[in-house]
Design a binder for this molecule. Structure first.
Ligand code: ZN
Length: 142
């Protein structure tokens, strides 16, 4: 058996097993090799091996990205203190040596985020999928 990293014409990556390379060629020509994401039978071998080795089946990129985002959200929630709208103040006090360094996360307006960047304060704006739900908003849902 031989495993190939394949991609469809839409560049969805997936893996498939074949008894040998001829079996792959044969099945591909007969359109038996199908993309699990979009069902396209126009597939080709990927040049690069995928970096994700743990999964048995191919994972669509969106699913893999969502998983990473969830892990990052979880990591921030469990290792960072939520400081809410005091984020800018907290980040500045740490940057200017007025407070001890600790990992925090919170909310700022885009304008304040820009100011922090311009001041050189090491704050990382989190795109929506990577930002956890603020605790008070979560509490309101209950
Ligand atoms: Zn596809």
């Amino acid at each position: 058996m031989i495993r190939y990293s394949l991609a469809c014409v839409g560049e969805h990556p997936f893996e498939a097993w074949f008894s040998d390379s001829k079996a792959y060629d044969r099945q591909r020509k007969r359109k038996l090799v199908e993309c699990p994401v979009c069902g396209s039978t126009e597939v080709h071998k990927q040049i690069m091996a995928p970096a994700v080795r743990s999964s048995e089946k191919a994972v669509p990129a969106e699913v893999a990205a969502a998983k990473v985002a969830a892990e990052i959200r979880q990591h921030i929630e469990t290792t960072h203190d939520y400081v809410g709208e005091k984020f800018a103040d907290e980040a500045r006090s740490m940057y200017y040596g007025e407070a001890a360094h600790r990992p925090v996360w919170g909310e700022v307006t885009p304008e304040v985020a820009q100011e922090l960047v311009e001041e050189g304060v090491p704050a990382l704006p989190l795109p929506k999928p990577f930002a956890p739900e603020p605790p008070r908003r979560r509490a309101k849902l209950n």
